[in-house]
Design a protein around this ligand. Structure first.
Ligand code: ZN
Length: 96
């Protein structure tokens, strides 16, 4: 197996796909899309990013910053745990 190319699509985390060098070791923020509310990773140096969910361009300054992490990998883990929390919360309210 030869994984040399990660799609531009950000951080589909499968645990160990990431290596130093591949991962952007830059401070990464987690923001909420101003349009659809999904969580997006964005490098702290980036001013805007197109939301992968709805395609709207999100400006960092306008978006609600949920968290920040020291690198993209950590940020992706933050996103995952946030999503888990949301899911749990939703399940707890709707079903059962
Ligand atoms: Zn969006």
């Amino acid at each position: 197996m030869n994984v040399t190319f990660l799609p531009k699509c950000y951080l589909s985390v499968c645990g160990k796909v990431f290596r130093k060098g591949l991962t952007e070791m830059v401070q990464t923020n987690v923001i909420e899309c101003t349009n659809c509310g999904n969580l997006i990773l964005i490098a702290a140096t980036q001013k805007s990013r197109t939301c992968p969910y709805c395609g709207v361009r999100v400006e960092t300054r306008r978006a609600n910053k949920v968290a920040s992490a020291e690198d993209a990998f950590t940020a992706s883990r933050v996103v995952r745990s946030l999503k888990e929390q949301k899911k749990l919360h939703r399940d707890g309210q709707s079903a059962r």
